[in-house]
Design a protein around this ligand. Sequence first.
Ligand SMILES: Nc1ncnc2c1ncn2[C@@H]1O[C@H](COP(=O)(O)OP(=O)(O)OP(=O)(O)O)[C@@H](O)[C@H]1O
Length: 232
Amino acid sequence: MFLEVQDLVKSYQTGENAFFAVNQATLKMEAGEIVVILGPSGSGKSTLLNLIGGLEKATSGSIKIEGNEICNLSSKQLGIYRRNFVGFVFQFYNLIPNLTVRENIEICAHLGKNPLAIDTLIDKVGLHAESHKFPSQLSGGQQQRVAVARALVKNPKLLLCDEPTGALDYKTSKEVLELFEEINKTYNTTMLMITHNDAIKDMSHRIIRIKDGRITHNTLNTHRKHAKDIDW
Ligand SMILES: Nc1ncnc2c1ncn2[C@@H]1O[C@H](COP(=O)(O)OP(=O)(O)OP(=O)(O)O)[C@@H](O)[C@H]1O
């Protein structure tokens, strides 16, 4: 099993009471799976993603990646885990404005042990003609494709995405989703995504629903579609 989360809890002390942002969450992911997390605002989606990505520390419970526990790692060890294992894509692309497309990707290449070839990746995300442009010269979809390439260049086994198409229109969302599907197929990257976009749900292998910090559903998507065939 690639990822195993067991009885995971993240609580905050608010006055005398504890508030449970993630409450006894248990889930498993196979290598190469695309899993989406759905749930209302404030239900704990980002917290769960951040715990798995080693951006936050759990109150209790266990997260094992390829059998290795990450919940008891020090901050420094968590940094190494993030660097070696995890790529992040957020709703807003967070590119460095005074670096070109190529340079934005290049600066992350050395972070992993087996980085992907930059030019192959630039071709894969369809930005060959844009590689010397600056972020301000790109559309939102193109900027998100740079962000995806930047997250992938170190060849992470796990890609965590928080509303990756949240700032994109229909057409560019579809392009980015086709890219995710292609990357998943080519590199067998395991992907965990938070989204309100129904299309991501339709192209995923598994759907997790969360409410008030608790996982309420965890179902295989037996009617999985390819991104190019999805209308929403
Ligand atoms: N540092 C913190 N201190 C106290 N409460 C927090 C903290 N961080 C998050 N929370 C609370 O935990 C709950 C879950 O937050 P989280 O951001 O994980 O929700 P979400 O499902 O991702 O929401 P959204 O869809 O609106 O982004 C929320 O009620 C939030 O207010």
